[in-house]
Write a protein that binds this ligand. Structure first.
Ligand code: TMP
Length: 217
């Protein structure tokens, strides 16, 4: 169902998400994209999942804490709760103001980590996710693909592994395959990039894709 059919306001902004396994360099690429938006005078907002709101940041602490003992469904619902709050409090209002919203992770992370990784039922995940986001999907999703062994070792050099990072290589291998399957299923929305490429080359490809989708007028 389209936004218009659901009676939602027209969204003049642009919604861009970044996805990928651990240590793929999303933060660096988001920073480089923000610098280009800034230089071009494009109004934008950066946010992340889980988090981005007061309650979302508290949920982030809970879900990533290695002391939390969580069922897979509980884990998914915590991510979804954070997402529902972020969409309503931050993302939709910014899009309605005409801003470019750049979000570090979104529903595709739940499909990859909780669906492919934990093995939860895809149809259930989709139903809850659509309810949590009021059906709001990004116009562009940048997927930085990387071998999970490499990504995890990169991430471990920066921080002590959190609960998800510590879930093991087999889990992270399924997550990667999940992301690739999502990108194959929606080639119009996904920009699939090899995260092992040079930072500048990646930033250039991302900027081209964003520019091509920027609202005009
Ligand atoms: P980050 O490390 O990119 O900040 O993301 C937090 C962690 O949460 C990361 O390991 C991916 C995981 N995650 C999920 O498992 N499901 C989700 O829906 C989201 C948004 C993140």
């Amino acid at each position: 169902m389209s936004a218009a059919q659901k009676g939602l306001p027209r969204r003049p902004g642009l919604f861009v998400t970044f996805e990928g396994p651990e240590g793929a360099g999303k933060s660096t690429q988001i920073r480089l994209l923000a610098a280009r938006l800034e230089a071009g005078g494009v109004a934008h907002l950066l946010t992340r999942e889980p988090g981005g709101t007061l309650i979302g940041d508290r949920l982030r602490e809970l879900v990533l804490d290695s002391r939390s003992r969580l069922e897979a469904m509980t884990e998914f619902l915590i991510y979804s709760a954070s997402r529902a709050q972020l969409v309503h409090e931050v993302i939709r209002p910014a899009l309605e103001r005409g801003q470019v919203v750049v979000c570090d992770r979104y529903v595709d992370s739940s499909y990859a980590y909780q669906g492919h990784g934990r093995g939860l039922d895809t149809a259930q995940l989709r139903a809850v996710s659509e309810a949590a986001t009021v059906g709001l999907l990004p116009q562009l999703t940048v997927l930085l693909d990387l071998d999970p062994a490499l990504g995890l070792s990169r991430a471990a050099r920066v921080n002590t592994p959190d609960r998800i990072e510590a879930a093991g290589l087999a889990f992270h291998g399924r997550v990667r395959q999940g992301f690739l399957a999502l990108a194959t299923a929606e080639p119009g929305r996904f920009l699939l990039l090899d995260a092992a490429l040079q930072e500048d080359a990646l930033a250039g490809r991302i900027w081209e894709a964003v520019q091509a989708r920027l609202p005009t007028g």
